[in-house]
Design a protein around this ligand. Structure first.
Ligand code: ADP
Length: 501
């Protein structure tokens, strides 16, 4: 079935991809009800990597039924918070023990460099689970003093309970397949929800392997169900399902709007983490030794396939040439290649479709008058590689400045007056992230206050932590993931009021 097993590939991964992978429903690995499978590709070669059971409406129905039963009747709800926390912690330990294997799966399925998957994706997922394991025992309500004298002399005890929202559908993208699964599963499990997870069709493998570890850790059957499949079928069925209490989605703004429509049928709760076109602002008083490599990594990390990528680079005019040339120089030096090659710094984009989309943007930008001072083209003659690209001569109204490219392409523009930069930086339908590089601490925090973005980085970029909330202003989303904010997405508050005198 899978690709010819090269000696480079981790033996357990070779074994894992050699057989068609099944879906996890009610604690059992099963084929799709239709019997269908779909291929997932190795983006470095364009060859089929593995075949995976193709979930559809009927499988989603079965998975939701299992999750409903696990929530309403299973041992999960009777477990103490501490027992739930320990299971999540155990999952983190198991994942950590399999770092090497998950690194290979991510690299093969998504294209990202193996070394980066092992150093970033897997440890961040492990840390997220540990952080959320700690929250399980700390989800508390309040006691509330009542003031209205309904009956003279009467006394009331009022308090709130924070209860799990119920059965949660989670739909995740392909850019950080394992990490996005962790961001979603961690808080759902900490709060006592049950889950149907649909990984992206481009990268289903790490979530499925995680399913093995979830069962090994000892989560009761039906608590986590994993149904791979396409967005228009399995994803849409999950978002619309009348017995799902909440849907959590990460992906494009376009599909986010479809999710909102689909959720309207039973008014399920919705949280969305969507696209971005994040401004990265470099002032002339910045430490350019860190601002230049920082700005390069802001866009090129994960091949630009980050919803928070620093894709609009604004540089104060007197240092514009130096900064932009520095970022271009960094782009030219990036070693692009197969994720399994230890020298590779940037792998292929995830799919042919994504490569074509990014190249379409490059063509549009160049035809509108932008100029590539680094990159500008597809790279290599097989696989889905695109050169790290810096576009100059760009104008605010251009498509490449307005729209999310989701690839290794930054647009650079100068500014003269620090006052002008806030409206320009905020001139976007998105508001996921922003960054400011300056040595002036007052200016940095004034900027942080005025930027309409869910995250503002000062003199750094792409710093994530399980304890730091992440999410979007404007059309970049609803709600915040991670930190204690995320608990609000997976719990609902019940007010309990008792007359005690
Ligand atoms: P991209 O365009 O970057 O591939 P998408 O937003 O299309 O990102 O995909 C993110 C996730 O949403 C994937 O798991 C995909 O299968 C799913 N998806 C796509 N279309 C729909 C839809 N109509 N309903 C529900 N999920 C969808």
């Amino acid at each position: 079935m899978g690709i010819a097993v090269s000696p480079q590939i981790h033996p357990q991964v070779a074994e894992f991809i050699d057989q068609p992978r099944k879906m996890l429903i009610n604690g059992r690995w099963v084929n799709a009800a239709s019997g269908k499978t779909f291929p997932t590709y190795n983006p470095a070669t364009g060859e089929i990597l593995a075949h995976v059971a193709e979930g559809d409406r009927e499988d989603i129905n079965q998975a939701v039924k299992a999750a409903r039963n696990a929530f309403d009747n299973g041992p999960w709800r009777r477990m103490t918070a501490s027992q739930r926390g320990r299971l999540i912690w155990k999952l983190a330990d198991l994942l950590e023990q399999h770092t090497e294997e998950f690194g290979y799966i991510e690299s093969l399925d998504n294209g990202k460099p193996l070394n980066i998957a092992k150093a970033a994706d897997v440890p961040l997922a492990v840390d997220l689970f540990r952080y959320m394991a700690g929250w399980a025992t700390k989800i508390e309500g309040n006691t509330i003093p009542l003031s209205v004298p309904y009956t003279p002399g009467a006394k009331y005890l009022a308090y709130t309970l924070r209860e799990p929202v119920g059965v949660v559908g989670q739909i995740i993208p392909w850019n950080f397949p394992l990490l996005m699964a962790a961001w979603k599963l961690g808080p759902a499990l900490a709060t006592g929800c049950t889950v149907v997870l649909k990984p992206a069709e481009q990268t289903p493998l790490s979530a499925l392997r995680l399913g093995d570890l979830i069962m090994e850790a000892g989560f009761p059957e039906g608590v986590v169900n994993i149904v791979p499949g396409y967005g228009e079928t399995a994803g849409a069925a999950l978002a619309a399902h009348p017995d799902v209490d909440k849907v959590a989605f990460t992906g494009s703004t376009e599909v986010g709007k479809l999710i909102v429509h689909a959720a309207a049928g039973n008014l399920k709760k919705v949280s969305l983490e969507l696209g971005g076109k994040s401004p990265n602002v470099v002032f002339k008083d910045a430490d350019l030794e860190i601002a230049i490599p920082g700005s390069a990594s802001a866009i090129f990390f994960n091949h630009g396939q980050c919803c928070c990528a620093g894709s609009r680079l604004y540089v104060e005019k007197s240092v514009y040439d130096q900064v932009v040339e520095g970022v271009a120089e960094a782009a030219r030096k990036i070693k692009v290649g197969s994720g399994l090659d230890p020298d590779t710094q940037m792998g292929p984009l995830v799919s042919e479709e994504q490569m074509n989309r990014v190249c379409g943007y490059l063509d549009a930008g160049l035809s509108e008058g932008a100029k590539a001072i680094a990159g500008g083209h597809k790279a290599g003659d097989r696989g889905y590689f695109v050169e790290p690209t810096v576009l100059v001569n760009t104008q605010e109204k251009m498509k490449v400045v307005q729209e999310e490219i989701f690839g290794p392409v930054v647009v650079a523009m100068p500014f003269t007056d620090p006052e002008e930069i806030i409206p320009r930086a905020n001139n976007s339908d998105y508001g996921l992230a922003a960054a400011v590089w300056t040595r002036d601490i007052g200016k940095a925090h004034r900027m942080a206050e005025q930027l309409r973005a869910g995250t503002v980085w000062i003199n750094c970029y792409n710093i994530f932590d399980a304890a730091m909330p992440f999410g979007g202003y404007k059309q970049s989303g609803w709600g915040r993931e991670m930190g204690h904010d995320v608990l609000n997405l997976y719990t609902q508050t019940k007010a309990v009021c008792t007359r005690i005198a």
